[in-house]
Write a protein that binds this ligand. Structure first.
Ligand SMILES: [Zn+2]
Length: 204
């Protein structure tokens, strides 16, 4: 093994452990993929999606990018959504941000080199449009935390307006979009109470 042999060693140990616990583990996993949940989270290495919600391979469809941003013109994100909702039968889409997010922090400071600056432009816009909410906070850390929350809330709204979501709701598909935030300090998730369903989208 020329490169990164420690990762291959880890992988062999992991696969061996799985099979020792359940000889049919990989056979069963190959046969089905019907994850109920789609996770849209930050690429941050400290927020491992499956682990923090205690789900096994096969149970969580995952899309991650810098600062968990959902954009209608992001082909990658939209394709993941379409595949999850139309082909896998996913019923719950979770946008999960986290406190201490570097992408969100960048949007509070001076411009960063492209293409990152282009990527975080939507967060700068949230920061601008909700300046009163953010600037009213006591210190820089509180403003950062609040922008992390507002970013998640904004992405849930963005998601709820996408044709993939609205057409699924129009067909009566049970589908809910959730906005959560994860705290690196204690490992706990918090529901931001902005879940969107067919009914809330009709009321909006
Ligand atoms: Zn992040």
């Amino acid at each position: 093994m020329r490169y990164l042999p420690e990762l291959f060693a880890n992988n062999r140990a992991w696969a061996t452990k799985r099979v020792s616990q359940n000889p049919q583990y990989f056979t069963r996993l190959c046969a089905i993929q019907t994850p109920r949940y789609l996770w849209i989270g930050c690429a941050d290495s400290r927020v491992p999606a499956n682990e923090i919600v205690g789900l096994e391979p096969g149970e969580l469809f995952v899309h991650r990018n810098v600062a968990n941003i959902v954009r209608a013109d992001d082909l990658n994100c939209i394709a993941v959504l379409q595949y999850a909702i139309e082909f896998l039968g996913t019923t719950d889409v979770i946008v999960c941000g986290h406190y201490g997010c570097g992408g969100v922090q960048a949007a509070l400071g001076a411009p960063v080199p492209k293409p990152l600056e282009r990527w975080i432009a939507p967060i700068r816009e949230i920061r601008r449009s909700q300046a009163a909410d953010i600037d009213g906070r006591t210190d820089a850390d509180a403003r950062w935390r609040r922008l992390c929350e507002l970013n998640v809330i904004s992405q849930v709204r963005e998601l709820s307006r996408l044709p993939i979501l609205t057409s699924a709701w129009a067909k009566g598909r049970p589908l809910t979009v959730h906005g959560w935030i994860y705290d690196l300090h204690d490992g706990l998730l918090r529901d931001l109470d902005v879940s969107a369903t067919q009914n809330t989208s009709e009321a909006a």
